[in-house]
Design a protein around this ligand. Structure first.
Ligand code: SAM
Length: 283
């Protein structure tokens, strides 16, 4: 067990600082202060962040920290923090670590007992979720693999998911990937495309997967997107093992073989046949 008291000591630490996803006014007063007071700002892209920091009136030393140098750069940053430096980490936009670099550094800090201090702030998927009209719980998938054969595995999970599913997609891949999504989901399943959040062209395109897919076939997607898939309300409630075993026994009583009964119940209730077999044969 490890216990982190974020502000107990005046010591080196890592601040995770969210930056605007479009509207610069979304930077918080605290984020500006932390970025100003830190010894260094570790930025995914020092050029992009340089422009942002200048616009919000922050002048500080930047260190480049991105997914291609994070393994080598992390030990250097850890050394600085162990010597007492305060580092504020930012990504190009939104929350560091969320589909952005930072995870490696967070892990290293925890390993070395360096406090990791998160700031609340802008993030694309939670902003999209609260206006989507879809409920919680939710599952966040980040970016999906590019191959449609691999995407289909995720889309099948979303089809069955009893929670809202959320993913990020680049505009030039959106139309094609929505077609793949439409090939896996029932036609009338509701989805939302949240576009250009917090920016002047912000839009929510809400409708069935068929309608939204057709819309983007006719209107080329532009800007940044979050896609949300409504929960599956058709799926049977997830039953306990005891309830599933009762169903197997019912079928056996009606004359099914144990093997076939297990197979049928497993298929109907989306559980592993082997696991149900093991549960059924447990004492
Ligand atoms: N760390 C960020 C966050 O907290 O949301 C996400 C970074 S990820 C590299 C960038 C993706 O987030 C974009 O491709 C898009 O899918 C989504 N995104 C970022 N800003 C957005 C915005 N203003 N509107 C819609 N989606 C956005």
């Amino acid at each position: 067990m490890k216990r982190q008291s974020s502000y107990a000591k005046d010591e080196g630490k890592l601040y995770l600082v969210p930056t605007p996803i479009g509207n610069l006014e979304d930077i918080t007063i605290r984020a500006k202060k932390v970025l100003t007071d830190a010894d260094y700002v570790a930025a995914e892209d020092t050029r992009t962040s340089g422009i942002l920091l200048k616009k919000i009136g922050v002048h500080n030393k930047m260190i480049s920290f991105h997914k291609y140098n994070s393994k080598e750069r992390a030990p250097e940053l850890i050394k600085l923090m162990k010597e007492g430096a305060v580092i504020a980490e930012i990504s190009d936009a939104g929350m560091p670590v969320i589909s952005d670099p930072g995870y490696v550094l967070v892990q290293e800090c925890i390993k070395h007992d360096i406090p990791v201090v998160p700031l609340p702030g802008p993030n694309a998927f939670s902003t999209a979720l609260i206006a989507s009209g879809f409920n919680q719980p939710f599952t966040y998938y980040g970016f999906l693999p590019r191959k449609s054969s691999e995407q289909k595995t995720y889309f099948a999970q979303m089809r069955d998911n009893r929670a809202t599913s959320i993913f990020y997609e680049a505009p030039h891949r959106l139309a094609k990937n929505l077609k793949t999504l439409a090939s896996v989901l029932p036609k009338d399943r509701q989805i939302v495309a949240a576009r250009e959040l917090t920016k002047i062209h912000e839009e929510f395109i809400r409708g069935s997967v068929e309608e939204v897919t057709n819309y983007f076939n006719e209107n080329a997607p532009r800007g940044e997107f979050v896609i949300l898939v409504s929960p599956n309300t058709e799926a049977p409630k997830q039953l306990s093992w005891t309830e599933l075993i009762d169903l197997v026994n019912d079928l056996v009583e009606k004359g099914e073989s144990k093997k076939d009964a297990i197979k049928q119940v497993a298929k109907q209730h989306h559980v592993s046949k082997n696991e149900l077999y093991d549960q059924y044969h447990q004492d």
